[in-house]
Each structure stands twice: as structure tokens, then as C-alpha cells.
Design a binder for this molecule. Structure first.
Ligand SMILES: [Zn+2]
Length: 552
């Protein structure tokens, strides 16, 4: 019997909250077909909704404590530690494509976030958003792949640059640029599917995430409403691309549609934890040199980016190798006086870190006080309510060791927050004693205020193919995807993976002929020490992250 082929299409930020009404209304006939004739269910990406971490878990089958990726940058972001963007070279576990390529499979990988530099696969690969640019050394494998695409008239792009400021200055231009990016991606995928042999192919669309961040309707518009059209148009484009894909595959191919997280309206309360901590005396915004320096850097950085010609910026960055990184790590948490700071939250509010002596560069909390402080902060968080409704806005606050395990688990925050998105709004209210402390949006907007949509813990999973039992599935873990892909390709899974093969989605006769095989995890040849990005490359990645509003 012929071997199964597996095609994995990633839709960054896709949620059934949109797919269900739009497939029902007939906007997305191909996705509707995959859902009706295949199996689908919510994909739980908890505890980490950050795309860098979530895609890493999806392609490896391990939690962040095992693969080492928690965010787009190296933590912690304190003074004395330069911001360093992470790349695929930082991941401590092999993605499924390396394992299958080594086993002789023909593999293709296109635009998976955190996959730079491209692996020299038995097949082809185009890196994702952690690459400095398409002309950078190591962007593609084979190295001349982009030239070939150019010869085909395909103007390949990784992402839309400066989406954050563009959405403010000329919002009408954004959908056009995003659509152009999708068109290039679709043409690339279809061209490579037609011209290269493959057994396993994974390609990711990031356009869905980008449009949802900036165009999620503020009001509760019905899904038929024109307010949804900019986002709906993206899905319609992907739907018609999937029609072309289905025409190209044989009847031995299994198609998986997955996302790295869900989406919903951006509720700003989650971005205000550091301001709450400041009011409680647990975080200091300095009055001394730190704050001044932070303010100056904050003013100077965007200014210098605008007035210093681009061709001079790189030589400048090279001449002062640490300045840029320093400036970044200081402005992300600008004004924080670490000598007065007991605890701080990640900017997206997903986790809280104790400023622990010996661990944080400017830690002040002695290890003996760690546990009591952590429990105190936990109590505070669990007591937070919405100012208007008085409802608690946090469902649970987990100690990091309850969620992460592995040699890199201590890179997570100390407390991981499970927000109640049905109760959360644009404020934080802490009642203790007489006067409640209330944190509301500031007049002056930050980049997070430009976001109209933000990540949620439930992504999508759809599987369609000859061996799939049609139906509807309960919650699936993001850790289960990689082992399931290995199983589909008849490869054993590793005993210590956090995920398991989704055996119940397969037809019984397939399972009886293909028992799940488990083997000891390979002794991963200690990965090449982190491939050193030069200043210019680092700068380019930072510019992309800043353009998205992921860093200030
Ligand atoms: Zn996003």
C-alpha cells in the first residue's frame, strides 16, 4: 500500500469563533468541506499563546520548558541584559521535519515562525519571521530557492513591514499589502507542490493573525456585518487557495489545518498589571537616572530611526554594538527602577516574574522570600475584578512548575495567569480595605492600544483524509500535533514527548494496521551553539518585531 502523505497548513491566530459562522454562511466552502468530511475540534495552546512558543510546541510536541522557546526575545528584559531576538537555532528540540527528513522522507517547510536558519532538508525550506530577510544567508534551502521564485515572477515576502505604524497612518493600505503577501505565499506553495517531490509539507499563513490584530471590530458586529470584511476576505482567499491545493493532492494525502492560538477582542486590562504593581508599591517607576535615561532613549530611538539614513544605521549599530540592544531592553520596560521592583508582568499580561536576587540581573528579592511573595502576588491577582461589573477577571493563577517542566522551565515567569475573557474589560480593580485601586487606560496610547484583537488560548484543529474518521472532537492539545504527524508518516514517537498521537481520529482499520510505536528520545546532537546573528541581521529582526508592535 502507498504511503500516506501529510500536508499541514497553519493559519496563525485562526479561531472557530470565525470559521464556524463563516463556513455555515457559505463564505468558506472548502474549509466547510474539510470540517464536514474530516474531524475538527478546538486546539488548546495553553499555557503559552505567544506565537514563537506555540508554533515551537506544535512542531516539536514538547512544552516550552523542554524546547526552550517562551517568546520572541531572550528573557529577562532587564537592564544589563541586551534584548536578543530568538531564532529557530535557539530551539532545543527537533521539529518533526528534521526527524522525518533524516528518516529519508521528502519534506517541505514554508514560513513557519521561528525556523531560521533553514535546515538542509531532504527537500526544501523557506524560513519564517525570525529570519532577517529573504536575502539573508540561510533564509532558504536550497539557497537559490528565492531566485527560482523570482524567475517565476513570485515576489516572495515574509511579512508586511511596519504594520503597527502603517495601520495608524494609512489603514486603508494595510489590507492591500496583506493580500499581496497572501498571494505571493499561495503562489509559492502551489509552485513548490507542483515542482518538488514531497511526502510531508508544512506551510504557514500569518496574514490571519496580522489582520485580526488590527481589524477586529470594536463593537459586537454580527458575523455578516461589513465590519468583518477585511478579515473575512483573508479567509476567503485562503479558502480558494485550499481548493487549488485539494486539486493537486492524491487520495493518499491527509490534510491538517492548525493554528497557534485563537483570537478575540483586545481587552486592555491585561496590559495594566505593571501599573497596578506600581500603585501597590511592588514596582518602582524611578525618579532617578534610570527613568531619565529611559525617557531619553524612548524619545531618541524612533527619532533616530527616522532621521538617520538607513544605510548609516547599521554602521552605527556596528560601531556601538551594545547600544541598540540596551536601548531596546530599557525602553520595553522604560522607566522601571529595578532597585525598587519586587515583581513585574510580561507586557501582554500572561505571566508575572519575581525580581529574584541571583536570577534577575538587578534582582532584589532574597531567595528566602520568594515563596511568600509569590503567594502574596497570587492572592492579589485572584482578587482582581472589573471596575464596571465587579466580576473577578482571572480564572486561575498557576505556579510555573505546575505547567512547565524540563531543563529550560525556569525561563518562564513565576506565575502564569489564566484570564477570564468573558469578564475582563479595559480596567483592573483591586479592592483591599477602604479604597479600591483602579487602573484605567491612559490618554496617551501605547502600541498595545492600537491592537483591536488579541490572542486567545483556543486555536483550531481540522484533519481530513483517507484514514480520518469524520466527526467532531473535544479539546486537542497543541503538543499532540507533532506526534500525530510522525504517526501519519509511520515513524515512531518519542516516549518523553508532552503530546500523544491522536489515535481516536483515525479509522479503526488504519489503527490496527499501524500500531503506535514509541522509542527512546534521541540524544539530540548538541545543537550547534546559537548561530550568531550579526548586528545588521539582529536589527532587521527587531525592526520586524517592532513593526508588529511586539516590542516598543
Ligand atoms: Zn499575533
Amino acid at each position: 500500500m502507498q504511503k500516506t502523505r501529510t500536508l499541514i497548513i497553519g493559519l496563525d491566530g485562526a479561531t472557530f469563533d470565525l470559521l464556524e459562522p463563516w463556513t455555515r454562511a457559505g463564505y468558506l466552502p472548502v474549509i466547510a468541506k474539510l470540517m464536514d468530511h474530516g474531524i475538527h475540534g478546538p486546539l488548546c495552546v495553553w499555557p503559552n499563546m505567544n506565537s514563537a512558543a506555540a508554533w515551537s510546541s506544535l512542531i516539536t510536541g514538547y512544552n516550552s520548558g523542554q524546547h526552550g522557546i517562551f517568546d520572541f526575545g531572550e528573557r529577562p528584559p532587564q537592564r544589563g541584559v541586551n534584548f536578543r531576538p530568538i531564532t529557530g537555532a535557539d530551539r532545543k528540540k527537533d521539529p518533526f521535519w528534521r526527524i522525518l527528513s533524516a528518516a529519508g522522507e521528502k519534506v517541505g517547510v514554508i514560513n513557519v515562525p521561528i525556523s531560521y536558519p533553514a535546515d538542509p532538508l531532504n527537500g526544501f525550506m523557506l524560513s519564517g519571521m525570525d529570519a532577517p530577510g529573504i536575502n539573508s544567508h540561510g533564509f532558504s534551502y536550497p539557497p537559490d530557492l528565492c531566485d527560482e521564485l523570482r524567475q517565476q515572477g513570485i515576489d516572495y515576502v515574509i511579512d508586511v513591514p511596519n504594520l503597527s505604524s502603517l495601520s495608524r497612518r494609512s489603514p486603508l493600505q494595510v489590507p492591500w499589502l496583506v493580500e499581496r503577501m497572501i498571494d505571493a505565499r499561495c503562489r509559492t506553495i502551489l509552485y513548490l507542490m507542483k515542482t518538488r517531490p514531497w511526502n510531508v509539507l508544512m506551510a504557514v499563513f500569518i496574514a490571519s493573525d496580522r489582520m485580526q490584530h488590527y481589524f477586529w471590530p470594536r463593537t459586537q458586529a454580527s458575523f455578516e456585518d461589513a465590519a468583518w470584511e477585511p478579515i473575512r476576505k483573508i479567509y476567503k482567499k485562503i479558502d480558494s487557495f485550499l481548493r487549488d491545493v485539494l486539486a493537486l493532492i492524491d487520495d493518499n494525502t491527509t490534510v491538517l489545518l492548525v493554528s497557534d492560538h485563537g483570537f478575540g477582542p483586545a481587552l486592555r486590562g491585561q496590559f495594566f498589571l505593571n501599573r497596578l504593581f506600581a500603585q501597590l508599591g511592588l514596582l518602582g517607576y524611578g525618579h532617578g537616572t534610570n527613568q531619565l535615561k529611559g525617557k531619553i532613549l524612548k524619545k531618541l530611538l524612533p527619532y533616530s530611526r527616522q532621521i538617520i539614513p538607513h544605510r548609516l544605521q547599521h554602521p552605527l549599530a556596528r560601531a556601538f554594538p551594545n547600544l541598540h540592544g540596551h536601548a531596546l531592553s530599557e525602553t520595553v520596560f522604560s522607566g522601571i527602577d529595578w532597585s525598587q521592583t519586587h515583581v513585574f508582568a510580561a507586557f501582554h499580561g500572561g505571566s508575572v516574574t519575581i525580581n529574584l536576587e541571583g536570577r534577575q540581573p538587578e534582582g532584589i528579592i532574597p531567595p528566602k522570600d520568594y515563596h511568600s511573595l509569590r503567594e502574596r502576588i497570587r492572592g492579589i491577582l485572584l482578587n482582581l475584578t472589573d471596575e464596571k461589573t465587579g466580576r473577578p477577571i482571572i480564572l486561575a493563577v498557576h505556579r510555573s512548575e505546575e505547567l512547565y517542566h524540563g531543563p529550560w522551565a525556569d525561563k518562564s515567569g513565576d506565575l502564569i495567569i489564566q484570564w477570564d475573557y468573558d469578564a475582563l474589560g479595559d480596567s483592573l480593580c483591586y479592592r483591599f480595605g477602604e479604597r479600591p485601586i483602579i487602573v484605567r487606560p491612559l490618554k496617551k496610547t501605547r502600541f498595545s492600544d492600537e491592537w483591536k484583537g488579541f490572542h486567545r488560548p483556543m486555536g483550531i484543529f481540522i484533519a481530513y483524509g483517507p484514514h480520518i474518521k469524520p466527526g467532531i472532537r473535544g479539546e486537542i492539545s497543541i503538543y499532540d500535533i507533532a506526534p500525530t504527524i510522525l504517526y501519519l508518516q509511520d515513524h515512531p514517537v518519542f516516549q518523553d514527548m508532552d503530546g500523544k498521537v491522536l489515535i481516536d481520529i483515525f479509522k479503526d482499520e488504519y489503527v490496527s494496521r499501524h500500531p503506535v510505536r514509541q522509542i527512546e528520545p534521541p540524544d539530540i546532537k548538541s545543537h550547534e551553539p546559537m548561530q550568531k546573528l550579526d548586528e545588521e541581521e539582529r536589527h532587521k529582526i527587531e525592526e520586524r518585531l517592532r513593526g508588529l508592535g511586539y516590542i516598543e
